[in-house]
Write a protein that binds this ligand. Structure first.
Ligand code: HEM
Length: 127
């Protein structure tokens, strides 16, 4: 019997690794004047917990995400493409800060990019 191949989640260091990247990312997001205001009324501890669970599932880790559906939670907040891009660039910096390997970084960013329409409300619901 061969062992199951290592998932992207494992390669990132499992729960502790993903949580550390998420922490690093929000340090940058909250220091960005273009983005910080979106989070003025947000419970940041819950956000980081939820984001860690969401990203863990996104990188083939445990499917424990119990938060809101992405289109719903981001709707009506005025989040546009340029905000989404900045958010992703903070993720890139956080992954680099954690010294994640470039090929893994590409995979994480590729997966993150798939949620652009949901976060910016560009999804053509029902269409
Ligand atoms: C792929 C990119 C993104 C993902 C995967 C993502 C994911 C999430 C998740 C999982 C939550 C928690 C939901 C819950 O509490 O139930 C959340 C909340 C939130 N997100 Fe995002 N997000 C992304 C991009 C963005 C961007 C670009 C912004 C704004 C610049 C943003 C603003 C927010 C805010 C303000 C909340 C908190 C809402 C509240 O206070 O309850 N997100 N997001």
């Amino acid at each position: 019997m061969s062992e199951a191949p290592e998932t992207l989640y494992d390669a990132l260091g499992g729960h502790a690794g993903v949580a550390a990247v998420v922490d690093e990312m929000y340090v940058r997001v909250l220091a960005d004047v273009e983005l910080a205001h979106f989070f003025a009324d947000t419970d940041l501890e819950r956000l980081k917990r939820m984001q860690t669970a969401f990203i863990s599932a996104m990188v083939d880790g445990p499917a424990n995400y119990s938060g809101a559906e992405l289109t719903e939670i981001h709707r009506g907040r005025g989040i546009e493409r340029q905000h989404f891009s900045r958010f992703c660039s903070h993720m890139l910096d956080a992954l680099n800060e954690r010294e994640v390997k470039p090929n893994l970084i590409d995979q994480v960013l590729g997966r993150l990019a798939m949620f652009s329409d949901k976060v910016t409300g560009a999804t053509n619901v029902g269409g």
